[in-house]
Design a protein around this ligand. Structure first.
Ligand code: GLC
Length: 741
């Protein structure tokens, strides 16, 4: 068959295309008709780059030859204008010149590292979170990246799972809003702009519910829980236009997500009508052998492709077996054609057929990377992410005229540990990343003497540094400590059975506390940690997560009051690993404990209070916010109507501040039992010292829907409670009745 140049085909079509969508569909079909079966399977194949990101690439390796033969549709972990250009040039040597897609884990920044996603979630600031993704997109797109494997939208209630750092915490309502904000941030105004990258909602689905918080472990849950808690952020990401999805590693109710037709075909591509494509997680197609779901890669390729996994990341199951499966009639050609159509459609939408090199632009890289605007946004995001957990006797903010401050702990002068997991290191980085020490130094100048002592290591048991640290504390007017996790202690494959402060860090805190000096403890971590003694005995505590490039500047802004902390926890903090999973939107049970001391045949631990150490939504301010009583516009809500709950918030403190006012509801009786609280709204309110303001929330019947035992998304008439407060525990209460008509 004489192949007319596909460019000629495109030229003809572009003259007759009646509109962008129809034209792309026609173009995709025109290319598809020219493709051999092997070339189609090639588009469903993704390899990892194995060259140094900034070094020369080997030009004759097997991967390069596969690219030249059109046997590769995408690569990951290949960045840089030069590097991506060279590989794209190889793709242009293939018969049909189908461009490569370059994907990368741009989770919380590329050149400018932002706070980890869980920290950003603590800001409850959707605009700032969207900005963070926007900066990340602009910086990585300038490096030839077309596609980020983010946002991770997995709901997680178990902090033993190290990947909680990557998501938005335990709540589906907050998690859904953040998922949408991140998708829009990454994809920008229009997919196809050269500062926009395809988003990837991951990991589909319920990966955060791994049994025991052990990464990659099985997930077993009712479909009702799946729909009620774990799917909503994915639907939000899809509704926000997410171009791709990534299936998760876990098996869900016995079927690996990679080949879970219920997830990929029935829900995602069926009910939700997803038009993008699904990429497997790393090697997850082949890992179904380990799952005991298939016998070999041949069976894996069959199961995954038929279930709706469109692209095989790194397992080579597709490239080695799919063409044979089709020829043998084991996999319909239509399955391959549909997957390739989805992939090619995104390549057309990204403009890569028009110009495969449009993302390879050195001038844009120079302009976008590390510019002052990006750093300023990172600093603002970091400030908004810091949670004030305790501040007795107003130890914070520290006066800038303090004569001597001791800065103590294993992270005080830490540089790269501020970047957290899923971050990139650059040769010129160390000068750019701001440690807490550097941030304080910059903030205070020479008027204050700073004393430093590391005190102890992160995980070791040596107390050799304690004396020096205690001496520094005794010579200071106030002490600031920075303890917690090193950057590789939370993240992928970092599940831990103990999530206490590692090593002897809490012993060091005790030794410093014993000096009687005013003490601030800052905790760097990628997850909720357990630090009960510190929480009970230290007067001031800041949760500083992993805040990224500008960490020290943001920390100094908060320590000295130039930024009044406003963050609120996106996850409950347990008192003990034995309490996990602990989350706010739990059911009442038939024997709810009346309080923390009620042990008389109730659902409680005899050795631990029932509630978490710090509840979901908790966060203090240097201001203090008091809540009036809730006024309801009506005690009765009818279908087609709404009720409004209004409350007056007063900043009775001495400084201006921002409060995140949270709205929860409780459906008192349902056809399935309902949580004791469900977040249904929040508003961030800035109040000057002494200022009061009315804050209102409107509730309509559709806000009260849930999945019943038939998986119908319904609201049911009956009594409801409504709560408003600054966290999920300390709330004012009201009530209303939802009528059937
Ligand atoms: C990893 C992660 C996934 C990531 C992918 C590519 O194993 O599970 O989140 O996007 O592989 O690095």
């Amino acid at each position: 068959m004489r192949y007319i140049s596909y460019l000629a085909v495109l030229l003809v079509l572009s003259l007759h295309g009646s509109g962008q969508k129809k034209t792309i569909a026609q173009k995709v079909d025109s290319v598809l008709r020219l493709m051999t079966l092997e070339e189609k399977v090639g588009q469903m194949n993704q390899y990892n780059g194995d060259w140094e990101a900034t070094g020369p690439i080997t030009k004759d390796g097997d991967k390069q030859n596969q690219i030249r033969r059109g046997m590769l549709g995408s690569m990951l972990n290949v960045t840089g204008v030069e590097h991506t250009r060279e590989l794209q040039q190889m793709a242009m040597q293939s018969r049909l010149k189908i461009p490569l897609l370059f994907g990368q884990d741009i989770i919380h920044g590329y050149r400018t590292t932002f706070p980890i996603p869980l920290a950003e979630a603590a800001s409850w600031d959707l605009a700032a979170i969207g900005q963070s993704a926007r900066v990340a997109a602009k910086e990585c797109a300038a490096a030839g990246v077309h596609w980020t494997f983010a946002p991770m939208v997995d709901i997680a209630r178990d902090p033993r799972w190290g990947r909680v750092m990557e998501g938005a915490g335990e709540d589906p309502y907050l998690g859904s809003l953040i998922a949408a904000a991140r998708v829009k941030g990454f994809q920008g105004g229009h997919l196809g702009d050269t500062d926009a990258v395809m988003a990837c909602a991951k990991h589909f689905a319920a990966y955060g519910a791994a049994i025991g918080g052990r990464d990659y472990n099985s997930v077993d849950m009712s479909l009702r829980s799946l729909w009620e808690y774990y799917l909503p952020p994915f639907k939000a990401a899809l509704d926000a236009g997410a171009a791709t999805f990534m299936n998760s590693f876990n098996d869900l109710n016995g079927i690996p997500a990679t080949a879970n037709g219920y997830l990929l075909r029935d829900i995602l591509k069926g009910k939700w009508k997803f038009q993008g494509f699904v990429v497997s997680d790393w090697g997850s197609v082949g890992e179904m052998i380990n799952h005991g779901y298939v016998n070999d890669n041949y069976g894996a390729a069959k199961a995954a492709s038929i279930a709706g996994c469109d692209m095989d990341m790194e397992s080579r199951s597709y490239i080695k077996n799919l063409a044979t499966l089709v020829k043998e009639g084991k996999v319909p050609l239509a399955v391959v054609d549909e997957a390739v159509r989805r992939i090619l459609t995104k390549k057309f939408e990204m403009g890569l057929f028009d110009d495969p090199f449009r993302f390879c632009n050195d001038a844009r890289a120079a302009k976008e990377w590390n510019n002052a605007e990006n750093l300023a946004k990172a600093r603002t995001m970091a400030e908004k992410s810091i949670v004030l957990l305790k501040n007795e006797r107003n130890v914070l903010p520290i006066s800038k005229t303090t004569k001597t401050i001791a800065l103590i702990g294993p992270f005080i002068k830490g540089i790269r540990d501020n970047l957290g997991f899923w971050s990139y290191e650059w040769p010129d980085d160390s000068g750019r990343i701001v440690s807490a020490w550097a941030g304080v130094q910059k903030k205070l100048g020479s008027g204050t003497q700073l004393l430093y002592a590391q005190g102890c290591g992160v995980t070791d048991s040596s107390r050799a540094g304690f004396d020096e640290a205690v001496a520094a504390a005794k010579n200071a007017d106030v002490v600031v400590m920075q303890v917690g996790e090193a950057r590789d202690m939370s993240g992928e494959a970092k599940s831990r059975s103990s999530i206490r402060l590692p090593g002897v860090q809490e012993d060091l805190i005790k030794a410093i506390q014993a000096t009687g000096k005013p003490l601030v403890v800052m905790i760097n971590a990628g997850r909720p940690l357990i630090f009960n003694w510190t929480a009970d005995n230290v007067p001031a505590i800041l949760y500083t997560w992993w805040l990224g490039t500008t960490a020290g500047d943001a920390i100094a802004d908060v320590l000295f009051g130039d930024y009044n902390p406003s963050a609120h926890l996106p996850m409950s903090f347990p008192r003990s690993e034995g309490q996990i999973p602990v989350y706010y939107n739990h059911f009442s049970t038939g024997r709810p404990a009346k309080n923390d001391h009620d042990l008389y045949y109730v659902s409680a631990y005899t050795d631990l209070p029932n509630d978490p150490k710090f509840p979901f939504g908790f966060g203090l301010s240097y201001a203090s916010f008091t809540y009036g009583d809730i006024k309801m516009s009506s005690a009765v809500l009818k279908p087609g109507q709404s009720v409004t709950a209004t409350i007056t918030i007063t900043n009775s403190g001495r400084v201006d501040g921002e409060e995140t006012v949270q709205l929860y509801i409780r459906d008192m009786v349902g056809s399935v039992v309902r949580p004791v609280k469900e977040l249904k709204g929040f508003k961030k309110v800035s109040l000057k010292a002494g200022e009061s303001r009315e804050v209102s929330f409107t509730i309509a019947p559709n806000d009260l829907r849930f999945y019943n035992d038939k998986l119908e998304y319904v609201f049911e008439p009956g009594d409801f409670k409504l709560f408003i407060g600054g966290n999920s525990r300390d709330v004012k209460e009201a009530a209303f009745i939802l009528k059937a008509d």
